[in-house]
Design a protein around this ligand. Sequence first.
Ligand SMILES: [Zn+2]
Ligand SMILES: [Zn+2]
Length: 260
Amino acid sequence: MSRKYFIWVFFVFSLSCSSDGDSGGDNQPIGETVDKTPNQQAVGDTAQDLLVDETFTSLYLELYYVEGLRPSSETIDHFTDFLERRLNKPQGIRIELFEMTSPGQESYSVADIRTIEDDIRTAYNDGSALKAFGLFLDGAYAENTENGSVLGIAYRNTSFVLFSETIREFSGQPLAPSTTVLESTVLDHEFGHLLGLVNAGTPLQSQHQDVEYGRHCTAEDCLMYWTAETGEGLVNMISGGAVPPLDQACLDDLRAFGGK
Ligand SMILES: [Zn+2]
Ligand SMILES: [Zn+2]
C-alpha cells in the first residue's frame, strides 16, 4: 500500500481551538501578511533546511491535538531527543502543544486534513526560525482498508498528521505495545519523511529504497520500514516495546545531506 502525499483540494471548514501552551508567542502579529508558501511545498522539499543550520538555526513545532488525545510527555520527550540527534539547530528545537475540539468527522482525507491545517496553523517560517505543524487527530484515515489502518501521514514539507484514535485502538489490543511506543514510532516515522527519507528529497547513499512501498526503507527493523505507519504492520514490527531506530543506511543518507 502506498501513501498519497500530493493530492490537494480546497474547501472551507471551520473549527475552534484553544491554547494550553504558555504563550502562543510564535503567532504572527495581527495585520502582518504572512507568506505561507514556503510551508506549503511537497514532502521532502525542506529536508536539507531541517537538517542543516545555514538558513534556519532553530525549529519550532506547533502541535495540535483533539481533546482527549494529547500525546504523552514521554512521547514528546522521545520526539525531542530524536530531533536533537539528527538536526543542526543551534538556536534550539521547541515544541508547543495546543488542544482543539474535534472537527467532528468519522474519517478524514488528506484534503480534509490540509484544510484543517490551513484553518488553525499560525506558525510559518520567520527569519532564521523554521516552523512545522503536527496534528493528533481523532477518527480514521478515509482510505483505510480492512488490513491497512493508517496511523500517520506526512503530507506537506513541514506538516504531518497522526491518527491518534486509531493508534489507541491498536495499543489497546492484548499484548500490543503501549500508546506511547506506538505514537512515538509514528511521530518519528512521519518526521523521517519530512527529512526526505527514503529517496524523498534526501539523496540515497546506498540502494535501500523499498520501491514497491514508495518512500520507505528495505530494512524490516528500520524506523522507515513501510509497516511503521499502519496499525496491523506496526503491532507486529515492534518487539520488546522499543521504538524502532533509523538503520545505518537511513542515517548515512541524512548525514550525507547535512544532518548530524
Ligand atoms: Zn511512511
Ligand atoms: Zn532505513
